[in-house]
Design a protein around this ligand. Sequence first.
Ligand code: F3S
Length: 284
Amino acid sequence: MEVIVAEHAGFCFGVTKAVETVYDQIKNGKDTNIYTYGPIIHNEIVVGDLEKKGVKVINSIDELDDVKSGTIVIRSHGVTKEVHQKIVETGLNIIDATCPFVKRIHKIVDEESKAGKSIIVVGSANHPEVEGIVSYARGPVFVVDSPKEAENFSQDRELEYTLVSQTTFNKNKFQETVEIFENNGYNINIVNTICNATDERQSEAEEIATKVDAMIVIGGAHSSNSRKLYDICSQKCEQTYFIQTLEDLHFNTNHDIKLVGITAGASTPKNIIEEVQNYVRTNF
Ligand code: F3S
């Protein structure tokens, strides 16, 4: 079987930095109490490996009450202002691995809302990255997660708005959403904050999906950027499979599959991509 593997599959720069930061902490051995705020990435294998090495995951702001000393790594999604403040108060040594692309959005939201603009965030309201972005608004802030929600948006048209996006939002849907706001007469300053890594990954996945007989998207079950890749690919290729590991792969053999495309979300380690690729090449 012929296989095309996306060049931009797997760990992005922000995730690589966050994961390496945690492994570096383990290696330097200065602090044996190492925590991450939330799983460092949406990948059970990596998180499990870190756990075996003694890294503990803090899952909520309340759990911080039980932590008395140690080092905490903030993952690439970032955290809310409130969580950041609480971490500072606990006196933990903070290593902030928030991706610079996410930090840039915090800054835009902070400055624009300080200047009196209402904020619109295009993204999933309950995603940790979006929760973090929303927390930087000093005034009205709205989250819109689809063109349909943009259509139903009915706030004051006299206000000035600044619109930003979750870094991993589907770029086609973002465009559609923005056009709806504009057509509906809102006064909006649009800042497309979809990060380069996401843009490249989605464009390449879409291109590959249009020419293959089957497309495989590898990603964690809770990884929203992987889900979005799946949505994009399945629009172009009916035989699109979303898998976490090789064990999940079950091709529908009723179809004639000669060419397979593979892409992967930002939290998929290279070795899983290699494993899937080798398996498909040699077994079909
Ligand atoms: Fe950063 Fe984009 Fe990755 S925002 S964490 S480089 S997906």
